[in-house]
Design a protein around this ligand. Structure first.
Ligand code: COA
Length: 246
């Protein structure tokens, strides 16, 4: 498969997807969402054992490409419906992915590139990374299952600070909150994480693939319930009824 804005590479048992629009800090265009879903299917069906995400250049990813929102207002309803389908299918690709997901957060991460990290199995971060989900700044609401996964990871308060009140985290804070597995000095990041992942990918595959399949099934059932939960609905309602500073 030919991709335009991502680079896909399998080395041994490691399938690596690199966001590759460094001049735009790897902002995700609709085309990229589709490319990533296709790459993840390829990873799911192939003989790799780990699916790894990283970014090219100095950023991991600056989130959704905001230029998509410079819209023709007469067509806004259809545009929102199309964007919603794209988003839902994109997040489903992570939820349903049958292999361990690993993020190598080489630099700052924004928006959906942060929220889906709650679905990752390992998140290694460079000490040059930071994590920001400025949805309410932009008049938007959290996605990427973060309204369920973040409270589970870090507790409702810390999740609320991030997802509703735009609190930006340093890599050390993200590590303390459980979003990041380990932080590495930037100069060793690529070498050290590659060494680790190569070692992990050489372990006997069947036991953990089986295990992750079961966990995936359980989690999807759980998430289906969470989407209908009062907590999720209340959190979103709370965002829309928040009192604004003047
Ligand atoms: N969508 C579209 N374009 C984006 C983008 C995004 N999410 N993030 C960065 N870019 C573009 C910039 O417009 C700029 O383009 P230009 O060179 O043609 O002007 C280029 O990428 C470089 O970004 P710049 O702002 O100059 O770099 P910076 O280091 O000063 O800041 C960010 C980087 C990511 C902090 C800043 O660009 C930003 O806040 N982007 C928006 C992030 C966001 O809110 N995402 C959605 C979250 S829900």
């Amino acid at each position: 498969v030919q991709f335009k804005n991502i680079v896909v590479q399998q080395t041994g048992k490691i399938y690596r997807i690199t966001f590759n629009r460094p001049q735009k800090k790897n902002a995700l265009t609709p085309e990229m969402y589709n490319e990533i879903v296709v790459a993840m299917k390829e990873a799911a069906n192939g003989d790799s054992l780990l699916t790894v995400f990283t970014g090219s250049g100095d950023f991991y990813c600056s989130g959704n490409d905001l230029s998509n929102f410079a819209v023709d207002l007469s067509n806004i309803k259809q545009m929102a419906a199309d964007a919603r389908k794209l988003l839902q299918d994109y997040v489903a690709a992570y939820v349903e992915h049958p292999k361990p997901l690993v993020a190598l957060v080489n630099g700052p991460a924004v928006g959906i590139s942060v929220t889906v990290l709650g679905l990752f199995d390992l998140v290694y971060a460079s000490d040059k990374a930071w994590f920001h989900t400025p949805f309410s700044n932009l008049g938007q609401s959290p996605e990427g299952i973060s309204s369920s996964s973040f409270p589970q990871l870090m507790g409702l308060g810390k999740a609320t600070e991030m997802l509703l009140f735009n609190k930006k985290l340093t890599p050390e804070e993200a590590h303390r909150l459980g979003l990041v597995t380990e932080v590495f000095p930037h100069q060793n990041f690529e070498k050290e994480t590659t060494r680790r992942l190569t070692e992990y990918s050489e372990l006997p595959p069947e036991p953990y693939i089986d295990h992750w399949r079961k966990v995936n099934e359980t989690e999807c059932s759980l998430i289906e319930g969470r989407w209908q939960s009062q907590e999720c609905l209340t959190a979103i309602a709370k965002f829309f009824t928040r009192s604004k500073a003047s």
